[in-house]
Design a protein around this ligand. Sequence first.
Ligand code: DAH
Length: 360
Amino acid sequence: MTDIETLEQETLQSIAAADSEASLEALRLGVLGRQGTITQRLRGMGALDPDERKSVATALNRAKDAISQALRQRRDELEEAALDRQMQAEWLDITLPARPNRTGSVHPVSQTMDEVAAIFADMGFGVAEGPQIETDWHNFDALNIPPDHPARQEHDTFFIRMESDGGSQPNVLRTHTSPVQVRTMQERGAPLYIVAPGRVYRCDYDQTHTPMFHQTEGLAIDRDITMANLKWVLEEFCRAYFEVDAVELRFRASHFPFTEPSAEVDLRCSWQDGQLKVGEGDDWMEIIGCGMVHPRVLEAGRIDPSVYQGFAFGIGIDRLAMLKYGIPDLRAFYESDVRWLRHYSFEPLDIPTLHGGLSR
Ligand code: DAH
């Protein structure tokens, strides 16, 4: 073997063994760089006689080509290997299930609203909704609460001035879900069986009041609805919601401008060591406001009060959630403490139904 062939063989071996782009570059410079062995040999050829020059030039050029090609090939291999390593390191299996400690959960208020809607759905009520920013008229006037009525003061209303109406028409954050009664009557007419869950707002804050809280409104309008229907529906509701057969309700005469007659519903219960028991004991807990829809409210909803009548009720959802799930302080609902949420919240895929179980 000539010394050129030896040089070529050794260089090719070193190239095959090189494990980084930096060592490849060092090899290239050592052979083909300005001071490289082959470059030097090519430069020194002027000293050779013509015959020898030709054969040496051929051998050197062949070696140079082989080495250049080996360098390119090895560089490609190294680049590919680096890419493979990166793909391995950054590989992500997007088909893996979410980690259990990262799944979201259902807040007890949402759970309670879903349970309430599921119970009434089972009795034939649909779900209706209305806006949280409400007109003065829907929130008060249409519900037989005229401007000078004391109920307006009792409601601690948040007033809203809207850019869009030039600030002329007073809007409010709805103080109850009752305005959904009027909107739905106007939209759908009678007969009508709906519940309207949602957020409501009053300017109030202590252990049992937060400025935002939740209600579910109920409304049944038909030709022959009586207070007896109301009583049965609410008893059925409490039995299903508290998951106790022996519930006892007390209908206490009360006053709401939008119902006549009106009643407040108290639930028989007992508190023992901070533990609530429904259907026994000597305590009564107020949970629902209700009554027969006032004729003026039917008129505001464009329903003829000489043909139709109905009942309505309003349930305080936060109160109901506290009772069923033994939550002592209302304010904790809205503090977003993850430890509290982990303790009191529900699995997102356990949707409450009467047949599948309300709360598990
Ligand atoms: N809107 C009442 C409140 O927020 C609750 C209420 C009472 C709703 C009687 C009704 C009803 O539909 O008939 O305090």
